[in-house]
Write a protein that binds this ligand. Structure first.
Ligand SMILES: [Zn+2]
Length: 169
């Protein structure tokens, strides 16, 4: 039986577009296939698109066509889905129960994360929450009159004090 397309929909996120569940997707279900023309890894390497998905040592799938709805799935460091390669095809499976309205995400993998996501700062929900928590901590410290150490360093420098004499160093 073909799964109904209404299990998910492309919607706006804080930062662009994403794929969202429109009804309950139970854990361990095949959600959607990551589709597109098969190209050699060599060619994928030379074209450097963001939608290439390696299938094996030889082949990648070029997921850039708009008909590939799975291309709208964003990266998360705490994902609720995962890609599983079977043969030369890639399917996205749920790894948790996904509620209607939840964004469907998977982990893009270490290489993509280190090379593309990390330099710009990860925008997944987990990392955004961590940044928010960090800001709140800094704010609480500032309210109590404590200075974050990086700030006191630059204050020392601004006053002409030798950084080498700062207690931290
Ligand atoms: Zn993240």
């Amino acid at each position: 039986m073909q799964r109904s397309k209404t299990d998910f929909a492309v919607r706006r996120t804080r930062t662009g577009l994403g794929l969202f569940a429109t009804r309950i997707i139970p854990r361990g279900k095949r959600i959607i296939e990551y589709t597109g023309p098969q190209i050699s890894n060599e060619e994928a390497e030379s074209r450097r698109g963001r939608y290439f998905f390696g299938v094996n040592k030889k082949w990648s799938i070029d997921g850039s066509p708009r008909t590939n709805t799975a291309r709208y799935i964003n990266h998360s460091c705490k994902p609720n889905a995962e890609p599983i390669i079977s043969g030369s095809r890639i399917w996205i499976w749920s790894r948790k129960n996904i509620k209607p309205g939840d964004e469907i995400t998977y982990d893009y993998g270490k290489e993509y994360f280190e090379g593309v996501i990390k330099p710009k700062g990860c925008r997944c929900e987990k990392c955004a929450a961590e940044r928010k928590e960090l800001r709140a901590k800094r704010l609480r410290r500032a309210v109590r009159g404590e200075k974050p150490s990086s700030l006191s360093d630059s204050n020392l420098r601004a006053r002409g004090g030798a950084v080498a004499s700062a207690p931290e160093s």
